[in-house]
Design a protein around this ligand. Structure first.
Ligand code: PGA
Length: 259
């Protein structure tokens, strides 16, 4: 029997936080994640992605714990004249081991195209980072019946990059209409798309069949347990609720399998 897929719960703080709020939040997360007795061993992998300027601060606060440090974006290039950007090597120097690529806010607000996302994915996986490729359709695309077409296109664009380093790959399905709106996809909709993504990945490269696929979009402690029961939902990428320690810890608990 093959090993079960890794489960992950990742907090995307987006452009939120400040030194004192970060300290209070991380202290509560460290206490919560470190507790838990026997359940501790079954916990999903947990990561937080603060604004990159706080990477050093958060890195110090989580040192020696199982919480991993993530970044919300990365540059595709190793160094040079790329004003405002951060390389994979720089992230690595500050202990970052997880990176989000192609978040819908970067696709829509920063003009990132599928090929830009693929270049970043190549760089991040090549640097040994756990790389979370974010995909998802807009409401207009879903209403036109194009959800699978759009997500399939986003997946196909990164398959060659993913296939080169399958071990570091994570996918996050985040329907744009569910992000920050309080409107979560139903478990049926999310599970259906996750199954579609899994089949698409496996069709692209057999090595990608065990890729963890996370759901994102208004995940909270209250809706996480139902999502966690779906067979192809391996974790969550959490925005708003990751800023509230009890909410985030409740989502971690929901993705912790029963003994
Ligand atoms: P949300 O954001 O949980 O606030 O909907 C999720 C995300 O954008 O990663």
């Amino acid at each position: 029997m093959s090993a079960p897929r890794a489960r992950w719960v990742i907090g995307n703080w987006k452009m939120n936080g400040n030194r004192s709020a970060n300290a209070a939040l991380v202290k509560a997360l460290v206490a919560g994640v470190s507790a838990g007795g026997a359940a501790h061993d079954r916990r999903p992998r947990v990561a937080v992605c603060p604004p990159v300027i706080y990477a050093a601060q958060v890195g110090e606060l989580i040192a020696g714990t199982t919480i991993r440090l993530g970044a919300q974006d990365v540059c595709a290039h190793p160094e040079g004249a790329y004003t405002g950007q951060i390389s994979t090597t720089m992230l690595g120097e500050f202990g970052v081991s997880v990176v989000l690529v192609g978040h819908s806010e970067r696709r829509s607000m920063n003009g990132e195209r599928d090929e830009d996302v693929a270049a970043k994915v190549r760089a991040a996986l090549g640097a040994g980072l756990n790389t979370v490729v974010c995909v998802g359709e807009t409401l207009a695309e879903r209403d036109r019946g194009e959800a699978e077409h759009v997500v399939g296109r986003q997946i196909d664009a990164v398959i060659p990059a993913l296939a080169a380093h399958p071990g570091g790959v994570l996918i996050a399905y985040e329907p744009v209409w569910a992000i920050g709106t309080g409107r979560t996809a139903t478990v049926e909709v999310a599970q259906g798309m996750h199954q579609f993504i899994r089949e698409r990945l496996a069709a692209g490269s057999a090595a990608l069949h065990a890729t963890p696929i996370l759901y994102g979009g208004s995940v909270k402690a209250a809706n996480a347990a139902a999502l966690a029961r779906a067979p192809d939902i391996d974790g969550a990428l959490v925005g708003g609720a990751s800023l509230v320690a009890n909410e985030f810890l409740g989502i971690v608990d929901a993705f912790t399998p029963q003994a």
